[in-house]
Design a protein around this ligand. Sequence first.
Ligand code: ATP
Ligand code: MG
Length: 341
Amino acid sequence: MEQKDKPILLDVDGLSVSFATDRGPVRAVSDVSFRVHEGEILSIVGESGSGKSVTLLSLLGLHDRKTTQVQGAVSFRGQHLLDLPASRMRAIRGKEIGLISQDPMTALTPVYTIGWQIAEQIRAHEAISARAARKRAIELLGEVGLSNPGEAVDRYPHQLSGGMRQRAVIAMALSCNPALLVADEPTTALDVTVQAQVLDLILRLRKDFGSAIILITHDMGVVAEVADEVAVMYAGRIVERGRTEQLFSAPMHPYTWGLMASIPPLSGARLPRLRSIPGMPPTPETIPPGCGFAPRCAFVQPACAEPPPLHRAGDQAALCIIDDTERPALRRAALPLEETP
Ligand SMILES: Nc1ncnc2c1ncn2[C@@H]1O[C@H](COP(=O)(O)OP(=O)(O)OP(=O)(O)O)[C@@H](O)[C@H]1O
Ligand SMILES: [Mg+2]
């Protein structure tokens, strides 16, 4: 229950990612730090373009090494991932870390059938025959909701629809019972009916094998339900992180308030209309100096032109100038729903 008792599986410290462009390097991810404890679920939330996928792909070595500069330290089971050669990283990805990427083609090889790819993954960590691995691949494809898995198993990735490919990737990620599953929007491409089923499969990994999970999702309802820990990203930074219960009951950052104000309430009083955060998130080229959220923040002050301090409250922390004495009143103004019984 207490996360402090659980060993740290993944420790990301000061991760920054820059891309080389015609106009020089642009930084998409800045000084991101988080930890995943064994058997726990960390959810990363934030608007489109906030750097969620770039963070995960670069710590897994899936960035283009020619055009991308990755700084910081990433430790997984005592191994420093950023220092490993690509071949070693590939072996870890197939075996100890499963990836359900937002773009299924990142995980699939076009030149082999999906059945072969799943079976190979199983055989990389289990001493079973090719025949048994194929049988297991067909079972997995059925479990992720592919109709006629016995036929799909012999198809190449390009012969599947987008949704089918996504399911094949999920089957592959589940096949190795990874210590860590990284799931980047694993259900968005799927039908609503299959979404819940796939989420259940992912959660079963933790139940059956004690796998830890990093789950990127736009669905705050899912976050509240399944995550142990939440990291909120904005403009390439984690602007707030904390234990789920604490973060949902007393969010600290105005951006988190905005995200929560835009969740439709499940029951009780409804807002006359769903609020949204005015304005658009910046691109890496247009992130302002100082606080990246300042241009959209209802509580902006002159000091926000400088980099914001990190405020802590127990396990929770937020990058924001608002201090502990003024925060509750501002939060009540931002989140009037809090008042409803
Ligand atoms: N190879 C690249 N070269 C230049 N810029 C890139 C590259 N890859 C990503 N970016 C930029 O980095 C920013 C962060 O992208 P990222 O894919 O991490 O967003 P995200 O938070 O995953 O968004 P979404 O919710 O839409 O998936 C975006 O502005 C994107 O355009
Ligand atoms: Mg993404």
